[in-house]
Design a protein around this ligand. Sequence first.
Ligand SMILES: *[C@@H]1O[C@H](CO)[C@@H](O)[C@H](O)[C@H]1NC(C)=O
Ligand SMILES: *[C@@H]1O[C@H](CO)[C@@H](O)[C@H](O)[C@H]1NC(C)=O
Ligand SMILES: *[C@@H]1O[C@H](CO)[C@@H](O)[C@H](O)[C@H]1NC(C)=O
Ligand SMILES: *[C@@H]1O[C@H](CO)[C@@H](O)[C@H](O)[C@H]1NC(C)=O
Ligand SMILES: *[C@@H]1O[C@H](CO)[C@@H](O)[C@H](O)[C@H]1NC(C)=O
Ligand SMILES: *[C@@H]1O[C@H](CO)[C@@H](O)[C@H](O)[C@H]1NC(C)=O
Ligand SMILES: *[C@@H]1O[C@H](CO)[C@@H](O)[C@H](O)[C@H]1NC(C)=O
Ligand SMILES: *[C@@H]1O[C@H](CO)[C@@H](O)[C@H](O)[C@H]1NC(C)=O
Length: 667
Amino acid sequence: MIFKLVIKLLVLFLCSSTSISQGNNGFIYNGFQRANNLSLDGIAEITPNGLLMLTNDTKQKTGHAFYPNPIKFKNTQDGSSSSFSTSFVFGIISEYPTLSGHGIAFVIAPTRGLPGASASQYLGLFNISNDGNATNFVVAVELDTIENTELGDINNNHVGIDINSLRSNLSEPAGYYQGHDQIQNLTLFSGLPMRIWVEYNGVAKQMNVTLAPLNLEKPKTPLLSMWIDISPFINQSMYVGFSSSTGSVFTRHYVVGWSFMLNGEAEELDLSELPKLPRVVPKKKSRFLTMGVPVLILSLLVLTLLGVGYYVRRKRKFAEIVEDWEHDFATQRFHFKELYVATQGFKEKELLGTGGFGRVYRGVLPSSKMEIAVKRVSHESRQGMREFVAEIVSLGRLRHRNLVPLLGYCRRKNELLLVYEYMQNGSLDKLLYDQNASFLLSWNQRFRIIKGVASGLYYLHEEWEQVVVHRDVKASNVLLDSEMNGRLGDFGLARLYDHGTDPQTTHVVGTLGYLAPEHTRTGRATTSSDVYSFGAFLLEVVCGRRPIDPQATSESLILVDVVYNWWKKGNILKVVDQKLGNEYVWQQAEMVLKLGLLCSNSEAIARPSMRQVLLYLEGAVALPDLSSLGISANGVTFASRDGFEDFAFSHSLSSSSAAESSIFGGR
Ligand SMILES: *[C@@H]1O[C@H](CO)[C@@H](O)[C@H](O)[C@H]1NC(C)=O
Ligand SMILES: *[C@@H]1O[C@H](CO)[C@@H](O)[C@H](O)[C@H]1NC(C)=O
Ligand SMILES: *[C@@H]1O[C@H](CO)[C@@H](O)[C@H](O)[C@H]1NC(C)=O
Ligand SMILES: *[C@@H]1O[C@H](CO)[C@@H](O)[C@H](O)[C@H]1NC(C)=O
Ligand SMILES: *[C@@H]1O[C@H](CO)[C@@H](O)[C@H](O)[C@H]1NC(C)=O
Ligand SMILES: *[C@@H]1O[C@H](CO)[C@@H](O)[C@H](O)[C@H]1NC(C)=O
Ligand SMILES: *[C@@H]1O[C@H](CO)[C@@H](O)[C@H](O)[C@H]1NC(C)=O
Ligand SMILES: *[C@@H]1O[C@H](CO)[C@@H](O)[C@H](O)[C@H]1NC(C)=O
């Protein structure tokens, strides 16, 4: 019993850890996040959140998506056709609630793609000259949303089985059986996800097609059931996929998940893993169309005459880039003009600072009077932009009192603008290091900031729906709100400079002195490399000194070495920021310093998790005895200094370039 359960869990784990899996005869896509393998053509694409979008908002176009490998559809001995079963979840979203066009077909075809096929009523399957031709070798199940009488369509919302032709051999209005004979109608282009099963028994020579809303089990009675031997219509080796086309109505055809199996039952899709279809936003019928048109035309004419020149200039000034895939992020998008006004035209006066990734400006949103900070990040290529924006926007949903809230973004040519809530008290490093800092951070404030940042990082690592690696934890990325809470900013930003790089020349993004040795070595950031950076952060907050101090003598160049050496001499408190004098709780300071050493272990595996770090900081669990952990000078020394030359450091390091050159200097 227990054994069975364990196997079940194991299977579950294996399945859920990857959304694509394939056996000899089948495959399953629970969402298409990692389906870079699918063979796409026409206007088909995979959206950032893992939907297979066969058509976007373009008229008179086709889109195809095929599984890359051929499937052996025939038994070699007798040439009879194998059985197969497939199921997929789809959604059709149209511009209008009552009209759509044209539909989706599941297709078995001799090639990956259907060259020469037409859009509109031909569904991307055939064209006017080859429709009905026996040399096509195409078997399809169509979900048709337009009634084309010339092709014998029964209505504008039907499911049909097609062989070499759009004249279906059998078709029925879309719906499903409840019980044996009670049929429920479905509207294919309702924008709601539906599931369909296509099953073929090669021995009995029967094909069944069953449709149902996503939340229902498979109905017992199929919608279509046809006796047919498909072997004359297919060849030994065939490809399976989807075809779709648009006509004169903007329609997006989506496939959300897909499972296929030859000679067996297609694996059940994991509905919880499927990406969500975009919400249907019904087009508001504009009253201007009926009432305001004449007025509008007149005023437009006048405006055009008056303002063409002005407009062109403004247009250029406020130009932004919006691509089709950004529809889904509309609510998080700011207009450049809005940000321009908010920051008074990005005046120098409003400049808050120049960080690793770009300049940050203060602003006040004209509409809500909300104070914001706008970060202008420049980037050269558009490559990876889409994934990055998707990621950043999803991070915008993070809400935690120790994270700087991301309100939204805006895109221009070679530039990305990120809009954050404004933090009254600026960045922590200014208060720690600036000679002119307005006040000295007390021990209690420091300790509270440390605990806050730890809980923000813990949230990113373990509490949110997905693991977020920050990649650049350091004092200058910690901002202080009006109540002096420490808040982590810039999460995920380092990713922008990580995308699409050739593994041979990995760009390690982060800041020298905070980078875990294995991170520099492999270029891969993990939660434990974040813990390493957090360790460096702990030490800098207690010592009031940067992790690498280019002005220091060579033996005190690296802060963690300094702390380690004083700890070994039994006098770790020697390193506490002298500006604090005796105004600190020595038990807490000692604990934080030792914790900093623990986190700085060069072996990733020996570092605590953020969960443990929190327990230590709260005093819920006593810190292990450092000496019993066998930490040696080698154990904590900043990086093993191996392999530095092999890595290019991004410009985000420029702030510590002095340190960088003194490290490289001797080599
Ligand atoms: C991707 O395609 C290649 C070549 O077509 C194939 O060998 C590989 O198994 C495919 N992987 C997946 C996950 O489909
Ligand atoms: C129709 O499709 C066939 C087969 O792909 C192609 O050879 C032919 O040129 C197409 N005809 C038209 C009119 O597009
Ligand atoms: C239709 O089929 C015939 C043979 O049956 C073939 O010669 C012809 O080229 C096909 N037409 C198209 C457009 O594929
Ligand atoms: C299905 O339609 C094709 C093409 O119209 C035809 O060749 C075939 O005989 C039909 N099959 C059945 C079972 O009706
Ligand atoms: C379902 O659709 C069919 C044909 O489209 C129609 O005749 C029938 O009245 C509909 N049934 C219900 C319950 O709406
Ligand atoms: C098709 O459906 C019928 C009725 O439910 C069932 O008896 C038959 O086994 C099914 N055939 C296939 C190939 O699934
Ligand atoms: C399918 O097989 C038939 C005969 O076996 C052959 O004539 C035909 O060219 C093949 N079609 C394709 C598209 O491979
Ligand atoms: C649809 O996709 C095509 C090709 O990917 C692209 O060229 C086109 O701009 C897209 N349409 C819209 C309206 O974005």
